[in-house]
Write a protein that binds this ligand. Sequence first.
Ligand code: XLS
Ligand code: NI
Ligand code: NI
Length: 441
Amino acid sequence: MSTRFFGDIAPIRYEGPESTNPFAFRWYDPDRTVLGKRMEEHLRFAVAYWHSFCGTGIDPFGGDTFIRPWFESQFKGDPMDAARLKADVAFELFDILGIPFFCFHDRDIAPEGATLAESNRNVRAIAEVLAAKMETHRTKLLWGTANLFSNRRYMAGAATNPDPDVFAYAAAQVKNCMDVTKDLGGQNYVLWGGREGYETLVNTRLKQELDQAGRFLSMVVDYKHKIGFKGTILIEPKPQEPTKHQYDYDVGNVYGFLCAHGLENEVRVNIEQNHAILAGHTVEHEIALASALGVFGSLDINRGDYQSGWDTDQFAMNVPELTLTLLEVIRAGGFTTGGLNFDAKIRRQSLDPEDLVHAHVGSMDAIARALLNAAAIVEDGGLDAHVEERYAGWTNGAARAMLNGETTLDAIAARVDAEEINPQPRSGRQEYLENMLNRFS
Ligand code: XLS
Ligand code: NI
Ligand code: NI
């Protein structure tokens, strides 16, 4: 059954850079080979159920602006029927975009019930609706996650709540969501700890809360193995918002936490552009660090505002910025189970169904163009050659010995004396290299 929420908008096709058709791709050409791989396989785009089908346009100073027939406030009848209508519209958009993946929270797809058992049944019932649709549509599940932050019971955290009953409730909710994610063939399972942090240290036992978080994550990993879920468990770092201080602050912080609990080979990170900015980093930095530490998993691709100190979650449209992002993704070896999830929302004034289409089409195009730019930079080789040259000293024997543990501090001191080593600074050539990059954007 087609709901035709999007009217007569036809599936978006690639028409090439000269096209002026707003309902066409100018750069995203899924079958085009880039660095030996199809563009679609490089990018692995996913629609985020929460922003695209649950977002209301609300902001701190005003209520809903979007008209969506499946919203509880606008739907007359059984909320489960509203959830089914929402699923119809979701697959209508997936088909229009030809998108390979989607992502959801349990509470996005199905309404919360009076008890957890009822909520879990609702999630399971709508998952069956989604499973049936996935059989006849091409869109698959990139990841599922449990919403452990909206309901007031989680206001002081889920795994890190002072109340053990909240910890238990969250565990039961996550178990159900992992089961459903596995049954839908999800390629990852995400944990974002929006309320796992504190508002004030005055009432917080920080070490106790960190221990709780570690135990919770260990049980998630154990359960993954118990049910034979083949996907990747991902933690999504964010420094603050909604809590003043969140424990999963950034990639470096999450890595330390994983090591402290022996989970660094079990869990990877889902990096978000806007979260990187809030942590005082760039998204490239977070990708490069995750890759260096062996925990790069997936990306929530969006765009933060450089003036607002909050998660504005705008669609990413800036090609030169995205070129640097895609360059780091390529350097990290690309995605395995991960992908690019549009954790982005249309603006409060973007009222029309077609605005959702323009947002996705525009961002898919900007990212595709950035991938082509990044691939051209790699193929040109000039940048890599410069970096190679910059570190070339480390290939000689005495230098290698310093790195691989074959020498000691006092032996090095003796060699510096004997060889009268006196290093001369060399230009880092930043502007020269930035000029080189600008040839590709
Ligand atoms: C919020 C997060 C959230 C996660 C999924 O800032 O980005 O949307 O991606 O829970
Ligand atoms: Ni996110
Ligand atoms: Ni976010």
